[in-house]
Design a protein around this ligand. Structure first.
Ligand code: LLP
Length: 429
C-alpha cells in the first residue's frame, strides 16, 4: 500500500498527511480517501488497457464509491461511469462525468430511471432481460428518443469468488440467458426506439484469477460471431468489472493481465471495448479510522475483545461477506508493541458486528487509534444508521492537503424526516 507509511513521530501517514491529525480534528470513526492513490491506480489501469492497441474505455462502477469528490477526481482523469440507479446517474453527472461516457446496468430499472437515462443521452443502457427490452422500447418511443442498448449476457461461468458477489452463474438474477441472446438481439433490432449496439457481461467481483474472465470472454466472442452471422452489427463489448485487490494475502488482479485476456479473446472482433471496474480503482485508496473504546476480557481462556467506535453499520463487509480487512495502529509506538491475539468488534448489538476474529495485533489499550485498510470501495456507500449511529465523517487527502468531504451526520438528522401521526401522540397520555 504505497500511499501509507509509518513514521516514528507522526505515526501512520496517508500520502503526506498524518492520520492522527485528521482524527484529532474530527474524531472517529472517519473515512479517509487518498486522491493520489485514485489517480495512480486509474493511470495504471488506463495505461495497461491502452497498451493493447485497441481503445478500451473505463467506466468507474459508481456503486463502489459514489462520493462527488471521488467521482470528480476520476472524471478529471477521463473516467466514464457505470451506474445502476437514477441516483447514481445524477451523482455521476453532478460530478462532471459526461453523459456520453455513462453506461447504465441493473436488473430493475424503473420507467422513471429509463426516461432520465434517455433524456440525458447516456452512452448505452445495459439491458438485462427480454421484459426490460420491451419496456425501454415503449419509453423510448414515447419520448421520441432512440435507446442505444447492449444486452447483458449471463455466461453461466463461475467467477470463483464469494457466493454473494458472484453474478455470472445461471442461478444468479443477472443478465440474459446465453442461449437466448442471439434471438433477443435480433428482436431488439426490430423494436421501435431501440438500437442494439453490443453486448455486456459482468461475472462477479473480487476476481483475482484470469481464467474465469477468459472463459466468459471466449463465450462472448462466439456470440458476436453468431449475431453477425444474422447480419446484425455489434459495435461495442462491455467486459464488466470485477478485478480484485489484495485484502489479505491474495495476489491483486493485474490490469495488465486483464487487458491481455480482453485482447486475446475479443481483440480481433473490431469492436469498441469497455470495462466497469469499481473495487480495483477505489478499494486501496480508502481507510476507516477508529478508536478502541475499551478492552473487554470475556472468559479467562479467550482472547480479549477490542471494542471499537466503528461498527458494522459503518463498514458492513466483514459481517456481510466474512471479508478480511487489514487493521493497523495509527501510532508508531503502538505499532511496535508486543503482539497478542484479539477479537476486534464494534459496539452494535449483533455478534456479526465483528471486524476480525483471532487477529494477531500489537497490544492496544482503550483510546488507541487504528486504521481499517482497503475501505475505499463498498465502504462508506454501504453504511447505514443502524443502532441510531450517525454516518461517519469523510475526508479526502491529496499530497499534504486534506479536506472534509462530508460532515459527520448529526444525531438530529437521524429523525429529521420522522413524523409522529396525531393519533399516536394522542394515545401517549
Ligand atoms: N459492473 C456491474 C454490472 C456490477 O454489478 C459491478 C459490481 C461492477 C461493475 C463493479 O465490480 P467491481 O469492479 O467493483 O468488482 N458489495 C460487494 C461488491 C458488490 C459488487 C456488485 N457489482 C463487496 O463489498 O464486496
Amino acid at each position: 500500500r504505497p500511499a501509507l507509511s509509518m513514521h516514528a513521530m507522526d505515526g501512520l501517514v496517508l500520502e503526506d498527511v498524518p492520520l492522527n491529525a485528521i482524527a484529532d480534528a474530527l474524531g472517529t470513526p472517519t473515512w479517509v480517501m487518498s486522491a493520489g492513490t485514485l489517480r495512480a491506480r486509474y493511470r495504471r489501469l488506463a495505461t495497461a488497457l491502452a497498451a493493447t492497441g485497441r481503445p478500451i474505455s473505463i467506466h468507474f462502477a459508481v456503486k463502489a464509491n459514489d462520493h462527488l469528490a471521488v467521482l470528480r477526481v476520476l472524471a478529471a482523469e477521463g473516467a466514464g461511469a457505470d451506474v445502476v440507479s437514477g441516483g447514481e446517474l445524477r451523482r455521476a453527472m453532478m460530478a462532471g462525468i459526461p453523459a456520453g461516457k455513462i453506461v447504465f446496468s441493473g436488473v430493475g430499472k424503473s420507467l422513471e430511471e429509463m426516461r432520465l437515462a434517455l433524456q440525458a443521452g447516456i452512452a448505452q443502457i445495459n439491458v438485462e432481460s427480454a421484459e426490460e427490452l420491451e419496456l425501454i422500447s415503449a419509453v423510448a418511443e414515447a419520448e421520441g428518443l432512440e435507446a442505444r442498448v447492449a444486452l447483458r449476457i449471463n455466461p453461466d461461468v463461475d467467477a470463483g469468488t464469494h457466493a454473494k458477489i458472484t453474478t455470472g452463474l445461471a442461478t444468479n438474477k443477472f443478465g440474459i440467458p446465453y442461449d437466448r441472446a442471439v434471438e433477443l438481439y435480433a428482436r431488439a433490432a426490430t423494436l421501435p426506439g431501440i438500437r442494439p449496439v453490443g453486448l455486456a457481461m459482468h461475472i462477479g467481483s473480487q476476481i483475482v484469477r484470469m481464467q474465469p474472465y477468459r472463459t466468459a470472454y471466449a463465450r462472448l466472442a462466439d456470440l458476436v460471431r453468431a449475431i453477425r452471422a444474422r447480419g446484425l452489427a455489434v459495435e461495442v463489448l462491455d467486459c464488466g468489472g470485477g478485478l480484485g485487490i489484495s485484502y489479505r494475502d491474495e495476489t491483486e488482479g493485474a490490469p495488465e493481465a486483464l487487458a491481455a485476456a480482453i485482447h486475446a479473446e475479443l481483440g480481433d472482433l473490431g469492436t469498441r471495448l469497455a470495462v466497469e471496474p469499481g473495487r480495483w480503482l477505489a478499494g486501496p485508496a480508502g481507510v476507516l479510522l477508529s478508536t478502541v473504546i475499551l478492552r473487554k476480557q470475556g472468559y479467562d481462556d479467550m482472547p480479549p475483545f477490542l471494542v471499537l467506535d466503528a461498527a458494522m453499520n459503518d463498514l458492513m463487509r466483514p459481517s456481510l461477506y466474512d471479508a478480511w480487512h487489514g487493521i493497523i495502529p495509527l501510532s508508531a509506538a503502538t505499532a511496535t508493541a508486543p503482539v497478542e491475539q484479539v477479537h476486534v468488534v464494534g459496539p452494535v448489538c449483533e455478534s456479526g458486528d465483528t471486524f476480525g476474529h483471532d487477529r494477531t495485533l500489537p497490544h492496544m489499550d482503550a483510546g488507541s487509534r487504528l486504521a481499517l485498510l482497503d475501505c475505499g470501495a463498498y465502504g462508506m456507500v454501504m453504511s447505514s444508521t443502524y443502532n441510531a449511529r450517525p454516518l461517519a465523517a469523510q475526508v479526502m487527502v491529496d499530497g499534504t492537503r486534506w479536506s472534509v468531504i462530508r460532515e459527520r451526520q448529526q444525531v438530529e438528522d437521524l429523525w429529521a424526516a420522522d413524523r409522529i401521526p396525531d393519533w399516536v401522540e394522542n394515545t401517549l397520555l
